[in-house]
Write a protein that binds this ligand. Structure first.
Ligand code: UD1
Ligand code: MG
Length: 429
């Protein structure tokens, strides 16, 4: 049985109080909508996203990151509502999974379960102590009979704690028959997708209610929800990583982007922040270090180090208060208080405390190349563009402005003067 996916994402998201479209708000580094698309792609290759509000922005963002996602523009002025969203959508699968763009925590496993139902309509149910805000589901003899939106509920119906999570799996034929028949005779004057349940029941079709978990099927409507969803997602990411071999000290204090990959045995100490699509292999990230969009292999970093995007750090020791940006370090030691930007540093080289690559002259960025077995003394500045060839030394406190040829020493230092008996004369009472 083939499955198509339709993701409803045309809503305004007023409660987010943001200029950013709701579904592009990020959870663990990735827009909410992309979490859903990534899970959907594991199930189906016929995926349609319904958009309207900030159409161009969301469409462009999808097209920049995905191929073969169909985009449908809802005629929201004439057909507002979740039922209106499906008007004119064409799908190819026998079954259609209808998802919401603001449900970033849904997993393929749960969607698969829903898709496996053989009922003409399978719908997701949340059992909530506080059902307010949701459509209530009237369930009789184990089958769903009707969904009543809160604004259309009687006082008695408001007490129902089984609510509609808003995700469905429907036979395509059922959708094709009922979507054109939905009207807007309700409190909100909207075309409710939920009306297909009532129509199907009237026709004698079974609606299977499938109870799901809030920690997967929670909708994000506000920034409070966004923070809650982030917590669920972080918890999930970290548990998976720990089970696959990553050691974490005080996991609650660690942040890991959903795109980060870990290979072999890695250690993350408390406060470690891993942003972007990092690839970290057999490495140790010490406390309060930040690693962004970089590759780390057989290395240790921190505490309190900052590895900025596009760095490649192999077999290297990075100590405290070292910042690295867009640099390749292979077999290097940079133990303390340095800035290494736009640089390439090769095996056996030692970067002393306080060494700075001066990579920017106010107009453009320049490269620093440091070969093998180079010893750069503490508190030196390397004014780029500059090359230190293999087997060279830079004396402490030097400002390197010219290339240093192999086997040479670079030193630029004012000669020290010693004035004897100075202290006692200076402080004489
Ligand atoms: C809907 C359900 C309600 C359920 C709740 C679960 C209906 C009528 N009601 O209510 O039973 O308990 O979800 O969260 O379906 N959307 C569009 N176009 C629109 C309107 C909405 O694409 O014109 C999209 C939104 O972007 C969102 C989804 O549909 O992703 C749900 O819309 P929302 O406005 O949140 O529906 P609710 O009123 O909360
Ligand atoms: Mg909603």
């Amino acid at each position: 049985m083939s499955v198509s996916v339709v993701v409803l994402a045309a809503g305004k998201g007023t409660r987010m109080k943001s200029n950013t479209p709701k579904v592009l708000h990020k959870i663990s580094g990735k827009p909410m909508l992309f979490h859903i698309l990534d899970e959907s792609k594991k199930l189906s290759d016929d995926i349609t996203v319904v958009l309207s509000h900030q159409f161009d922005l969301v469409k462009e963002s999808i097209e920049n990151n995905y191929q073969n996602i169909n985009i449908h523009k809802q005629d929201i002025a004439n057909f507002p509502g979740t039922g209106g969203a499906l008007k004119g959508v064409e799908v190819s699968g026998d079954r259609v999974l209808i998802l919401n763009g603001d449900m970033p925590l849904v997993t393929t496993a749960s969607l698969e379960k829903l898709a496996q139902s053989t009922a003409p309509i399978a719908m997701t149910i949340l059992e909530l102590d506080n059902p307010s805000g949701y459509g209530r589901v009237v369930i009789e003899d184990g089958l769903a009979k009707e969904i009543v939106e809160e604004k259309d509920c009687t006082n008695e119906q408001k007490k129902i704690k089984s609510v509609n999570a808003g995700v469905y799996c429907v036979d395509r034929a059922v959708l094709e028959e009922f979507i054109p028949k939905i009207d807007n005779n309700n409190a909100q004057k909207e075309y409710y997708l939920t009306d297909i349940v009532k129509m199907a029941v009237e026709k004698g079709l079974n609606i299977e209610p499938i109870v799901v978990n809030e920690d997967e099927f929670m909708g994000v409507n506000s920034k409070v929800d966004l923070a809650n969803a982030e917590e669920f997602m972080q918890d999930r990411i970290k548990k998976e990583l720990m089970l696959s071999g990553v050691i974490m000290r005080n996991p609650a204090s660690i942040y890991i982007d959903s795109r980060a990959k870990f290979i072999g045995e890695c250690i993350l100490e408390n406060g470690a922040t891993i942003e972007g699509a990092c690839e970290i292999e057999n490495s140790h990230i010490k406390a309060y270090s930040v690693v962004e969009d970089s590759i780390l292999k057989d290395s240790d970093v921190g505490p309190m180090a900052h590895i900025r995007p596009k760095s490649e750090i192999i077999g290297t020791h990075i100590g405290n208060f070292v910042e690295v940006k867009k640099s390749k370090l292979n077999g290097v030691k940079a133990g303390h208080l340095s800035y290494l930007g736009d640089s390439e540093i090769d095996e056996g080289s030692n970067i002393g405390a306080g060494v700075i690559t001066c990579n920017y002259d106010g107009k453009a960025k320049y490269k620093t190349k440091i070969g093998k077995n180079v010893f750069v003394g503490s508190d030196s500045q390397l004014v780029a563009p500059v090359t230190l060839e293999d087997n060279t030394m830079v004396a402490s406190g030097t400002t390197v402005t010219d290339d240093v040829p192999s086997d040479a020493l670079a030193i630029s230092r004012v000669k020290q003067k010693v004035v004897n008996s100075f202290f006692s004369k200076f402080f004489k009472k």
